[in-house]
Ligand binder design. Structure first.
Ligand code: SAH
Length: 348
């Protein structure tokens, strides 16, 4: 018996035809599950009895369990951090952030992470395993179930490096963005990466359907290699070359994420280097003042810059024509802010 949530549309079509049913059965089943949220095969009334019986023999549908929710009010919005337990007992975190009409879900793609970034709590917990596509989608199904309202936007900025688990992430994206199933528009889904160029090279960066964010975090390779060991293999200059090959675009710019850390990457010289490396016609810049839990051992050597420094950095970039946003992370006091996702308990 398998959890049917892990099958792509193609896989389910193959299953249907291999068992003598029409290929279209796959789409019908998936509509019931992802659109109507009906998990009991026996009530899927437009599907033949034989197929329903066969499904009952081979599959089940099971959502993970919410084992903890932390809620934080924030102006006229709120954020909620979910601790989600999968079938095998592994835990990951998802954060939903509500603001006006927008409801964004930040999902995890792995349990832990193997990228080793020194400013990120998830790296500090090490790597356990990749999440399956079903486990990625389940985060949305579970949170929507808990909240009874719809997620409008998604960001792959929870635990893990999505491009290090690209096969499962792509499978999940297909179902999440298909308007017959979950139906979140592709332009409302952001995939964030530390810059795995070997995977990025397989995308057509001009035609990439989802939003792409690259965690840059430094404007010179020495600093970046210190902060992000991945830079030794896939250096900043290579990222810049790739991004600069992109055609200028008004609506589909790549977001460069830049965690600001006191005295490490927050100097005006850093901003000047960024201006040299990138073009405002191709990227926008999202500054994220370092989030840190006062008790964090992993981040003990790092501090957030003061507001004056943050503002100076931002203004320098804005004056050079870049669209710059400063993300004072939501969910800070519940440790649900960027880079703070570290399951308190790996196994329950
Ligand atoms: N591995 C992917 C997805 C994780 S996204 C990536 O690196 O992009 C997490 C985002 O939060 C990244 O932009 C990262 O740079 C940022 N981040 C990590 N640790 C942080 C911290 N302590 N404070 C603020 N932002 C942080």
């Amino acid at each position: 018996m398998k959890n049917i949530l892990n099958l792509s549309k193609k896989e389910l079509e193959e299953y249907c035809t291999a068992n003598g049913f029409k290929k279209y059965g796959a789409e019908q089943i998936m509509r019931w599950i992802y659109q109507s949220r009906i998990f009991d095969f026996s009530v899927m009334s437009d599907i033949s009895k034989d197929l329903r019986r066969k499904l009952d023999e081979d599959f089940y549908v099971k959502l993970p369990e919410i084992i903890d929710v932390k809620y934080e009010k924030d102006g006229d919005g709120y954020s909620k951090k979910y601790l989600i337990k999968f079938e095998n007992g592994d835990i990951a975190e998802s954060v939903s952030i509500a603001h006006k009409n927008r409801k964004t879900l930040c999902v995890s793609s792995q349990v832990g992470c193997r990228m080793g970034c020194v400013y990120c709590e998830t790296a500090g917990m090490g790597f356990s395993r990749n999440l399956t596509s079903g486990e990625i989608i389940s985060q949305l199904l579970t949170v929507e179930n808990d909240n009874s309202d719809k997620i409008t936007n998604m960001v792959f900025m929870g635990m893990g490096e999505p491009l290090d688990n690209i096969a499962e992430v792509e499978k999940a994206l297909e179902i999440l963005s298909n308007d017959k199933f979950i139906g979140i528009a592709q332009r409302k889904i952001t995939v964030s990466t530390c810059g795995l160029i070997n995977v990025l090279e397989n995308f057509d960066i001009n035609a990439y359907k989802y939003k792409l964010a690259i965690s840059l975090n430094a404007a010179d390779s020495e600093t970046r290699s210190f902060l992000m060991p991945v830079n030794k293999k896939f250096p900043l200059e290579k990222i810049a070359d790739m991004v600069n090959l992109k055609k200028p675009s008004l609506h589909n710019k790549i977001t460069l994420e830049y965690v600001l850390i006191k005295d490490l990457n927050d100097r005006i010289e850093d901003a000047k280097r960024l201006i040299k490396l990138f073009s405002p016609s191709k990227v926008k810049i999202n500054l994220i003042p370092l989030n840190k839990d006062e008790n964090s051992v992993y981040l003990k050597n790092f501090e957030r810059p003061d507001d004056f420094t943050i503002d100076k950095f931002k203004t320098k970039l804005s004056n050079a024509g870049f669209i710059v946003t400063v993300r004072f992370s939501k969910g800070g006091s519940i440790n649900g802010g960027c880079g703070q996702l570290k399951a308190q308990m790996l196994k329950y």
